[in-house]
Design a protein around this ligand. Structure first.
Ligand code: HEC
Length: 169
């Protein structure tokens, strides 16, 4: 009798009946405690262990980072391409801050030829690309380390050309 009553009770409560007894399966199942089983060893060469840079502020980059690339025509030419691709839209082809999208920005891009970066070390420009500066976004994801330095090198060459022009050289 009791069994019939229980069956009726379950049948008249469709929500409970629908999930009983599977709803408690998770309590009964075999369990593996964290680290009860040693993690599998990662096969060699599946995660990067070389390269990469520790996080650093633009101030640290200014002091610590130096351009590791040789000033070859190839690096300069690549830097030109990087600059035209990633910097010129805002800073302009000539670096003077009047790129085609500059008018859309909340704050105007700086003049990179006559502005503060002219008198600051390479690491400052590198840090600006890597971390962004105030309203300027970071280009760390778009430009790998080598390309950032190539862009720095090209910008330096434009600054030097301007200096020579002013000096009448
Ligand atoms: C989306 C537009 C945009 C792009 C693209 C961009 N910048 Fe900027 N950049 C800015 C703005 C805006 C500022 C000024 C930020 C502020 O003061 O809030 C700035 C500032 C800088 C400064 C600091 C200048 C100073 O006088 O202190 C440097 C250096 C710089 N950018 C370099 C670069 C380089 C190199 C690239 C290409 C890799 C680049 N920027 C790409 C918008 C941009």
């Amino acid at each position: 009798m009791a069994a019939i009553a229980a069956a009726r009770a379950i049948a008249s409560a469709p929500q409970i009946a629908a999930c009983f007894p599977w709803s408690i399966d998770m309590y009964r199942g075999p369990e593996v405690q964290p680290f009860a089983v040693a993690p599998r060893v990662t096969p060699t060469d599946t995660i990067p262990v070389h390269g990469g840079e520790a996080p650093m502020s633009i101030g640290e980059a200014t002091i610590k980072m130096h351009n590791p690339l040789e000033p070859t025509p190839q690096n300069l030419a690549k830097g030109h391409v990087q600059f035209d691709t990633y910097c010129a839209p805002c800073h302009g082809d000539n670096g003077q801050g009047k790129g085609p999208v500059a008018h859309l920005l909340m704050k105007s891009p700086k003049n990179l030829i006559t502005g503060a970066s002219k008198n600051l070390p390479d690491g400052y420009i590198y840090g600006a690309i890597r971390n962004g500066v105030l309203t300027m976004p970071s280009y760390a994801n778009e430009m790998p380390i080598e390309q950032r330095w190539q862009a720095v090198m090209y910008l330096r060459s434009m600054q030097a050309a301007q200096k020579n022009k002013l000096a009448g050289k």
